[in-house]
Ligand binder design. Structure first.
Ligand code: ADP
Ligand code: MG
Ligand code: ZN
Length: 499
């Protein structure tokens, strides 16, 4: 829509000129997110990913003659929350339009979308480097069904997804690198998840990204853009942008008139790491947009807005700030632990129960998240763990009290994750209770000192650290159950008592 070249950012955000041979990347993102409603946008059908094909349909979403759409209030509420969470302006008056095209997964022959009067304008996300990615608009629309082509000569159509509510958010072409695109998407996903608007689960198709890419010379007007589709992970989004930038730059640098960058849609082949032409780019007039006559315009009043604002809760940026200022976490830890609402809730509960946010943060990051892959880390995986926040808090408490030493606590946590049993029970079962009983420890310490004249002399000369060499043998004698701090204290005392 708006294609005025924006200023290229401050010196801090200016791209490295050598990386793209002096060309400046211009990138805009279009993101479709499925709203987390119980039912579809214009009918009462439920939607569940993976349901038996064509079982979640009715006369409206299969376009039977005479069937009429009715707007789902919950969808509008979630769309408005998404807009508010992104700092955008909610239009008091907007309307639906028909976007006409023919395809087998679109039984009406048109998609109900919003054309010139979207419900939401402006807003944006500021990246860590201070660069703001502005949103042009967000509009509400229905999804199409799914055409399944991989069944030999047949194409099958599943209309379960037809008319599921989507919001499409479109950025200004403010993005200046593949890394910025990735960061923008991470932030967008976080915000929409916290707002409760969408699961943003790419694997289930509830978040889909299209990218527009071009390059230009500093001070020159923007050039033709290429739209990239088929991007099924954020990693693929940045890889596709990287390849497309290189392809366009190579064409412009070749000065070969038989090679041109044309305005088109290209598909990214992640395996081959290349983009391939799919079709020429349609223009708005190809769709013969016109106002949807079967739906009333959307009017949003102050009360509805206030209701949605109140439902928003704490957004990730505010949460990150509070985790640092109130709970004393580092910026990095706060970033990791707010990366999904489920994870931040899990952490906060554990921190509250064990009374030590720092310990909770360390144990979650070092022992729990490390065992999960990057894809598993968000939302679902943490809820499916066999350890609860209370369970980890109990374990942290046992480590604090000195019942367990650190390696022992790690072992117990692994067993908790595997079996779902509680910490105290496992300490008993595994015989890991730390030995702090000085009688037993003193005996092992005396044995460890035998013949260690060099260490004894060093410690007596003031090099207390030398005692560390004897802690290991005592730990071994105790089968790892000794409290290393108590062992160190006893050893030092014994050395001092020696003549
Ligand atoms: P369409 O409806 O055809 O997809 P839009 O005007 O909605 O077109 O723009 C799609 C995206 O392309 C937006 O994110 C926009 O910022 C971006 N864009 C526009 N011009 C360029 C360009 N020259 N290079 C890269 N991206 C661009
Ligand atoms: Mg578009
Ligand atoms: Zn239906």
């Amino acid at each position: 829509m708006s294609t005025t070249p924006a200023t290229v950012g401050s010196a801090a955000t200016a791209p490295d000129p050598a990386r793209w041979k002096g060309w400046i990347p211009v990138i805009g993102l279009e993101v479709h997110c499925q709203l987390k409603t119980r039912t579809k946008l214009f009918c009462g059908c439920e939607y569940r990913f993976g349901a038996e094909p064509n079982t979640l349909t009715c006369a409206v979403c299969t376009a039977q003659p005479g069937a009429l759409p009715v707007l789902n209030r919950e969808a509008l509420a979630l769309a408005v929350r998404a807009g508010l969470a992104l700092g955008a302006e909610i239009a008091p008056w907007s309307k639906f339009d028909r976007k006409n095209y023919f395809y087998c997964d679109l039984p009406k022959g048109y998609q109900i979308s919003q054309f010139d009067r979207p419900y939401c304008k402006g807003g944006g996300i500021t990246l860590a480097n201070g660069h703001r990615i502005r949103l042009t608009r967000i509009h509400l629309e229905e999804d199409a069904g799914k055409a399944i082509h991989d069944r030999g000569a047949q194409t099958l159509v599943d209309l379960n997804r037809a008319s599921v509510p989507l919001i499409e958010s479109v950025t200004e072409a403010d993005v200046r690198s593949p890394e910025e695109a990735h960061e923008y998407l991470d932030r967008l996903k976080e915000i929409l998840q916290y707002a409760g608007a969408s699961d943003c689960d790419m694997e289930k198709g509830s978040l889909r990204v299209d990218v527009n890419v071009s390059v230009h010379r500093p001070g020159e007007p923007w050039r033709k853009r290429v739209e990239l589709k088929n991007l099924n992970s954020f990693r693929n989004v940045s890889a596709a942008i990287e390849h497309e930038l290189a392809r366009q730059i190579a064409i412009y640098e070749s000065n070969d008139p038989s090679q041109q960058v044309v305005q088109e849609t290209r598909l990214f082949d992640a395996q081959a790491g290349v983009t391939r032409s799919m079709r020429g780019k349609e223009e708005a007039h190809d769709y013969r947009y016109f106002p949807e006559p079967d739906l009333l315009p959307i009017e949003i009043d102050a009360a509805f807005l206030a209701e949605q604002r109140a439902a928003l809760g704490e957004l990730p940026e505010a949460k990150r700030a509070r985790f640092q200022s109130e709970l004393g976490l580092s910026e990095y830890d706060a970033g990791v632990l707010t990366s999904s609402p489920a994870l931040s809730r899990w952490f906060e509960e554990c921190a509250r129960l064990c009374g030590s946010p720092k310990d909770a943060a360390n144990w979650i990051q070092n022992e729990i998240l490390r065992g999960l892959s990057a894809e598993q880390r968000p939302a679902s995986a943490i809820a499916e763990l066999r350890v609860t926040p209370a369970g980890l808090a109990e374990l942290i408490g046992l480590a604090h009290k000195g019942t367990l030493n650190v390696p022992g606590a790690r072992q117990v946590l692994r067993a908790m994750l595997e079996t779902g049993k509680g910490a105290a029970a496992l300490v008993q079962e595994l015989g890991l209770e730390q030995v702090s009983d000085t009688g037993a420890l003193e005996q092992w310490c005396r044995e460890a000192l035998v013949g260690k004249d060099k260490v004894i002399a060093d410690v007596k000369a003031g090099k207390e650290k030398a005692i560390g060499a004897l802690v290991g043998p005592v730990m071994k004698a105790s089968k790892g159950k000794a409290n290393p701090q108590v062992v160190t204290e006893i050893l030092l005392r014994l050395v001092k008592e020696l003549p």
